[in-house]
Unconditional design. Structure first.
Ligand SMILES: [Mg+2]
Length: 308
């Protein structure tokens, strides 16, 4: 065998050895598990290998999370959509930045009211966590909002009045948090605009104050993921289609990062990526991830299981 062939085999052996150590797997949704024209799989189709990859993660006893940066829908609703596409995903395995936001607010500002921008995906999550919210009507009537923070998610109903109350709260000292500032997200046929970043950028423009993103690849998102997967960061495999989100998060965590080129970023993008977002693996789709995981799982199986 040529020197190049030997080097390639050695490289593959090392990759499989690292994959065999993986105890928890995170999949991105849009552009990774599904492609659709709406966020979080809505109205879409499962990508090839998605069902089998999830089944393999379960069959090998690893923990799993699916993590979208979309905050339009609740985790339960997203799980329902994914199940309707044939993917075996449980409600509690779905993470959204609204979950990160609710848990972060509860930790940072216990008992303090928060002003939120968002539909059911944000509102229901905050209510589920028992967080007090700023009453917009009373704030508009002149009562002090006393907002501890302003949290911005997927909100298609906001108007000038809400922006006014939010801007006043920010100028009074409330920090701005945003679920995601992605300008757009991977979809089947069209450019899908990101709403949360649009509002956060506007509020930041109006107030001159920065915003902090809580979705992938933030430190807060990573901490939540690690807690949910119940593994050490270096035992995680993070799979997604976006170098700036999933691959950056894997690098920060010291986890294994896998780029699938079925969405936003290409193999050429990965090649040119800076070290802080370079993936450990590039796969042209989940079937290749499935194959690698299968090989690694066989390697990791005890001798008795290998001979059966
Ligand atoms: Mg994606």
């Amino acid at each position: 065998m040529s020197a190049a062939g030997t080097a390639h085999r050695e490289q593959r052996r090392k990759e499989l050895a690292r994959l065999a150590e993986v105890r928890g797997v995170m999949f991105d949704i849009d552009g990774c598990l599904v492609l659709s024209d709406g966020p979080s799989g809505h109205g879409g189709r499962a990508l090839p290998g998605a069902r089998e990859a999830i089944d393999l993660v379960r069959a090998t006893g690893r923990s799993m999370a699916v993590f979208t940066n979309g905050s339009m829908q609740t985790p339960a609703r997203i799980a329902e959509t994914l199940r309707s596409l044939g993917l075996d995903v449980r409600d509690e395995e779905v993470l959204t930045p609204a979950v990160v936001a609710a848990e972060t607010m509860r930790t940072l500002y216990p008992g303090r009211p928060v002003l939120i921008f968002g539909g059911p995906g944000v509102q229901e999550e905050f209510l589920r966590h028992g967080l007090p919210l700023v009453d917009l009507d009373r704030a508009l009537a002149g009562e002090p909002a006393d907002a501890a923070a302003v949290v911005i998610g997927w909100d298609t109903q906001f108007g000038r009045e809400k922006l006014q109350v939010a801007a006043e709260a920010v100028l009074a000292g409330a920090p701005i948090y945003c679920t995601s500032d992605a300008p757009s997200f991977a979809s089947e046929r069209r450019f899908n605009v990101g709403v949360s970043g649009f509002i956060a950028s506007g509020l930041s423009h109006v107030t001159g104050r920065p915003y902090h993103v809580l979705g992938k690849p933030s430190r807060e998102a990573l901490e939540l993921l690690t807690r949910r997967l119940r593994v050490r960061p270096e035992q995680m495999l993070i799979v997604g289609d976006d170098l700036d989100l999933e691959c950056a998060m894997a690098r920060t965590a010291g986890a294994l990062g896998c780029l699938v080129t079925t969405g936003t970023s290409s193999a050429a993008d990965a090649e040119a990526a800076p070290a802080d977002r370079r993936p450990d693996f590039v796969a042209d789709g989940l079937p290749e991830v499935l194959e690698l995981l299968s090989l690694a799982s066989q390697d990791a199986a005890p001798p008795s299981a290998q001979t059966q």
